[in-house]
Design a protein around this ligand. Structure first.
Ligand SMILES: Cc1ncc(COP(=O)(O)O)c(C=O)c1O
Length: 412
């Protein structure tokens, strides 16, 4: 059945993945349907996965999060479905609840009671709460202005207004802007380097009374890992308030990961609007935004800001979200996540130093700093780690994700 890591090193082959990918290339552009799945930066064909499960380890009698590809290679997974597998993949309780819910049907295209349960849980995680194009239109509708500010290297989905100096796949692949995004869709989008309060001030001064909102990842995970400088978020909130603009936190990565209440709980700053994604559904498709009630009341059917989604509130999505958040809420979850993550980061740094490599040179305050990272070296490191049975995000700009199913044995 499973192959040990030592055995895997000897017989590591991706033959089946490569064969399958040669077929996939004919079916989809470059063989993928999301750019970062392409592994372009790390100089490999994508690996085709077969299964992933947090299961009882034989040696330690504890959980392991193991992903297996179609060649039978096993990996310790630090991608975690790009974050939301935070309690471990295919958790037994979640699967049982999913099966029970599925017996009642896979979706209604109408409201279901589980929506209330999940929304209540999300709201109660922080004192107040409620997708991308929607949230910007809402901010514009509420403030009656058109311009927005975003930060270089922050990623807020592939909705038109954000496709300016984006992070994630756009940064990794160095994609130029093309005619797919009309100038009209982005010319109201102003940009600033992250952590640069004076540029933000200048933008407000040069566009007095025109800026509706500022959106940011409060901790950036899409152009390297960039934390806000001390006081940056506070200063920033002050400036938005002084200019009657809305502050929007994109907490797709940070909510329920940085802490249960996300960046706003961690830094003690409540934005005017918050966007959330896949973590509130344990990795199934979902998007949500919300926060101040008077702003949310602009949304149809109450008021004119039109927003629709035929299959929103799907019961399967809701049940997985409910069980994921319930597990995360148990005492000790975040202490464990912090411990495992610190061990991993410290370990990578120490091993790198011993071998004469720095994993990070100099402070990283903004995207330009992150861009100084050594792409070819990262690609070599990445390919080596794969052969050792460790699966990271295939981009030097991507964050890694640990989960409650990772063990000290995994990270050592
Ligand atoms: C901060 C942030 N915002 C938004 C998104 C949603 O992007 P997409 O719709 O491409 O999944 C992501 C995806 O990882 C993200 O990291």
């Amino acid at each position: 059945m499973g192959i040990s890591v030592d055995e895997q090193k000897k017989i590591f082959t991706l033959k089946k993945s490569e064969q399958a990918f040669n077929i996939t290339k004919e079916l989809m552009p470059r063989g993928v349907n999301s750019p970062l799945h392409a592994f372009k930066l790390v100089g490999r064909q994508p690996i085709i996965m077969d299964s992933v499960k947090a299961s009882m380890g034989v040696k330690m009698g504890c959980l392991h999060s193991k992903m297996r590809d179609i060649d039978g290679n096993e990996y310790i997974d630090y991608v975690g479905s790009w974050g939301p597998a935070i309690i471990g993949h295919a958790n037994d309780k979640v699967l049982a609840a999913l099966v029970e819910t599925m017996k009642k049907g896979t979706g209604f295209g109408a409201r279901c009671l589980l929506e209330n349960d999940l929304v209540e849980m999300v709201i109660s995680a922080v004192p107040s709460i409620e997708a991308y194009i929607g949230v910007i239109r809402l901010a514009r509708a509420f403030i009656s202005r058109e311009k927005i500010i975003k930060f270089e290297g922050c990623y807020h989905s592939h909705a038109d207004p954000f496709l300016v100096k984006e992070g994630s796949g756009v940064a990794t692949l160095g994609l130029p802007g093309l005619f797919d995004v009309p100038k009209g869709a982005t010319y109201k989008t102003l940009t600033s380097p992250f952590n640069d309060i004076s540029t933000v001030k200048n933008l407000f001064n040069m566009n007095t009374g025109e800026i509706a909102a500022v959106i940011l990842e409060p901790v950036v995970g899409n152009s390297g890992f960039i934390t806000p400088k001390l006081g940056f978020l506070e200063d920033f909130q002050k400036i938005t308030k002084e200019n009657d603009a809305l502050l929007i936190f994109d907490e797709v990565m940070t909510r329920f990961r940085l802490s249960y209440g996300g960046a706003q709980e961690y830094f003690g700053i409540t934005p005017d609007l918050t966007t959330l994604g896949k973590i509130i559904s344990g990795g199934l498709q979902v998007g949500a935004y919300g926060e101040r009630k008077e702003i949310m009341e602009m949304v149809a059917p109450t008021r004119p800001m039109y927003q629709a989604d035929t299959l929103s509130g799907n019961p399967l999505t809701m049940i997985v979200g409910i069980h994921t958040l319930k597990r995360l809420k148990k005492p000790g979850s975040y202490e464990y996540l912090n411990m495992i993550t610190s061990e991993l980061i410290q370990g990578i740094g120490d091993v790198g130093k011993r071998a004469g490599h720095a994993s990070c040179e100099g402070p990283v305050y903004e995207f330009e700093d992150a861009k100084k990272s050594h792409t070819a070296k990262f690609a070599r490191f990445y390919r080596g780690m794969l052969e050792e049975g460790v699966y990271f995000v295939p981009s030097q700009f991507g964050a890694g994700f640990t989960s409650l199913a990772h063990t000290l044995e995994d990270v050592k």
